[in-house]
Ligand binder design. Structure first.
Ligand code: HGY
Ligand code: MN
Ligand code: MN
Length: 421
């Protein structure tokens, strides 16, 4: 079980929560939190993070993808870096902690390590990724994929809802798209990546634990779907003549849930728009999103195949056509065994010597970073498992324990690396 955090740690946790509040105030929406990639809000939170990093004693820079970095040199200049971080972008009408808590905790840990930098067998870096959620361009993990060197040229042409392409948005933000390769890190310059994140689910709360160890991260596949029928007069068109795209899409949505439950996977239609959207018009076209996940990629891909086959069959029976265009695909990743041992040691510093181990159903920057360096993650309990919602909440005590665990995990990585030399 977790020991109660001391007064100094509670005060630090209060400061972290205050920083989450300050970041929450930077929003494109007056009614809630929305901060998307390459927006004016993105620039503002990067500047805030840079200020906090500088105050913590780190040198700072914004990379070619718009990620904000800080670096604390170790025992000698130029050592490979252990990177701590998460993301500062949000979903629409977001909570205060998804991604954000990991960034502010990483900055605080760096501040705590700074006095001991001469003993560190690595440099310590903090990164605040600019796009994890994919809210603006549909393509997620843009920040961390640039860092991992897995950027795809085709992404430059994806456009936001206003028709602005990623290339145009990058230039408007002050970045040079032709230099995106400079954001990529070399494996030999990195020791690993540790990310603290809220759980975004109810398992830790149910287990009565503040913190958990992430074993693997499920990879999502996302699709832009269209059901095409025919728009007609709502009064004059007999049922036998209707090709109602919304009724067909509704059956697809129900099948998505049924098939996910049957296979133990997770599939969600989060967005659905009927066209032309008249109250007295049979919908002729429905556009919808589809997000599919499972603990292992093979199970996820099997679920995608089942959903696709079912949607085709359902729609064909109604004289409708259905298309699923893949917009995002991230392979699931396993957390690194050695780094995870340090996470376990970190959580042990909070008094929990047998931490809950769970796989992450949510995607994280760590899954992209894993392409270039080993990764591990700590989960922090969140109230009622709520996330991607303004009610997202954490307790000061849990934040304090997360801080203790992340700092102890970093010190454990340092100890092991020094011992191995
Ligand atoms: O969608 C996800 O899993 C992540 O929270 N972006
Ligand atoms: Mn999220
Ligand atoms: Mn997140």
């Amino acid at each position: 079980m977790n020991a109660a955090p001391g007064d100094a740690t509670r005060a630090a946790a209060a400061r972290l929560l205050q920083r989450c509040e300050e970041l929450a105030a930077v929003s494109a929406s007056a009614d809630g939190i929305e901060r998307v990639h390459l927006s004016p809000e993105h620039a503002r939170v990067n500047a805030m993070a840079a200020q906090w990093l500088t105050a913590a004693g780190l040198s700072t820079w914004q990379d070619a993808a718009g990620n904000q970095w800080g670096r604390l040199e170790g025992a000698e200049p130029g050592l490979p870096a252990l990177v701590l971080g998460s993301h500062l972008d949000t979903v629409p009408d977001a909570g205060r902690y998804d991604g954000i808590l990991g960034v502010v905790t990483a900055i605080e840990v760096a501040a705590r390590l700074a006095p001991d930098r001469a003993e560190l067998p690595f440099a310590l870096e903090v990164v605040a990724f600019g796009d994890e959620e994919g809210t603006r361009f549909g393509t997620a993990l843009l920040g961390s994929r640039a860092v991992a060197g897995t950027w795809l040229e085709e992404w430059w042409d994806v456009a936001d809802a206003a028709g602005t392409t990623l290339r145009q948005a990058s230039s408007a933000f002050g970045l040079d798209p032709d230099r995106i390769g400079e954001a990529a890190r070399r494996p030999e310059d990195l020791v690993g990546y540790l990310e603290l994140h809220i759980e975004q689910g109810p398992q830790l709360e149910a287990a009565g634990r503040a913190l958990g160890v992430v074993t693997s991260i499920a990879g999502a596949r996302r699709f832009a779907g269209r059901v095409v029928g025919e728009a007609r007069h709502a009064g004059g068109t007999p049922y036998g003549r209707r090709r109602d795209a919304l009724v067909g899409a509704s059956q697809v949505v129900l099948a998505v849930e049924r098939l996910a439950v049957e296979t133990g996977g997770i599939a969600t239609v989060g967005r659905l728009q009927a066209h032309p959207g008249g109250v007295n018009v049979v919908p002729g076209l429905v556009e919808f999103s589809l997000d599919v996940r499972a603990e292992h990629d093979a199970a996820r891909d099997d679920l995608v195949a089942r959903v696709t086959a079912s949607a085709r069959e359902t729609c064909a029976a109604r004289g409708l056509s259905v298309e699923l265009h893949e917009t995002h695909s991230a392979p699931g990743v396993y957390c690194d065994a050695a780094l995870t041992e340090s996470v376990v040691a970190g959580i042990a510093a909070t008094g929990d010597h047998d931490p809950v181990r769970l796989y992450s159903r949510a995607g994280h920057d760590a899954m992209a970073v894993a392409a270039v360096t080993p990764v591990a993650m700590i989960f922090v309990r969140c109230e009622d498992g709520i996330s991607h919602h303004p009610a997202e909440d954490v307790t000061l005590e849990d934040v304090a324990l997360g801080l203790v665990a992340l700092e102890a995990a970093v010190r454990d990585v340092a100890r092991r690396r020094s011992a191995a030399r």
